[in-house]
Design a protein around this ligand. Structure first.
Ligand code: 6PG
Length: 229
């Protein structure tokens, strides 16, 4: 597995982290759009990003040029409140003029195998991402790559993985693989809350964790608040 270059950024509080995350995302988007048509971003799921997504909804971006993908999804009905896509829609995407055809939810309602195949097909025409946002689970998971399961870290791994028996409910999920998540110019982890302290410590000390398996050429930036660091 390629070695992950990590840059830790500890913020005075969660608000400061969120403000900088919004600023940085806008900056990366602007830089991407100065190089090519289209800004390709992968969204993190869970609860941590919600406030950042809500704040992004209030910013001025070249939204028509944004293309939105998801790092993972829970195998629930498309409109289920626990879907990562529903959280992102409600907090942000339905409030900004990103063209519907530029938003690519994972069809996880079709189940792990069928949904993963369909999303892999959708990603075939997509080159490296400009930005991948990721969270960190208490056990060191990221996206839906969990300890003890296949993280898809080899270059020959599929782009999209079906997930069964996930320790974080629901058990059935779909995740981009570690190798596909690493095909990105920038990877930014957003980590807040005391519940992540142990996972951060283990990650810092070099324990082999899913969060440490994402190794893009440019390294990863990890935003942590005091409670998590
Ligand atoms: C999910 C997420 C998962 C999440 C972490 C952190 O579907 O649950 O993709 O990887 O990012 O578990 O979750 P919180 O932000 O809710 O702590």
């Amino acid at each position: 597995m390629t070695t992950q270059t990590r840059r830790w950024h500890v913020f005075p509080d969660a608000d400061a982290l969120q403000r900088e995350a919004v600023r940085r995302i806008g900056e990366i988007a602007e830089s991407a759009l100065s190089r090519r048509n289209g800004f390709y971003i992968v969204l993190a799921g869970g609860t941590t990003p919600r406030l950042i997504y809500e704040a992004l909804a209030g910013t001025a971006q070249q939204w028509s040029q944004w293309h939105v993908f998801f790092g993972d999804e829970r195998c629930l009905p498309a409109d289920h409140a626990d879907r990562n896509s529903v959280m992102a829609d409600q907090a942000w995407l339905q409030h900004v003029p990103i063209p519907e055809t530029h938003i690519h939810p994972i069809p996880a309602e079709r189940g792990p195998t069928e949904g993963a195949l369909a999303y892999a097909q959708e990603l075939r025409g997509v080159s490296d991402f400009d930005l991948v946002l990721l969270g960190l689970g208490e056990d060191g998971h990221t996206a839906s790559l969990f300890p003890g399961q296949d993280w898809g870290a080899s270059l020959t791994s599929p782009d999209v993985l079906p997930v069964w028996d996930a320790p974080k409910p629901p058990p059935e999920r779909i995740s981009l693989s570690a190798q596909r998540l690493a095909r990105a110019r920038e990877v930014l982890y957003l980590v807040t809350g005391a519940s992540k302290q142990e996972a951060v410590a283990r990650w810092k000390h070099g324990e082999v964790l899913p969060a440490g398996a994402i190794a893009p050429p440019g390294g990863v930036d990890i935003f942590v608040d005091p409670d998590a660091s």
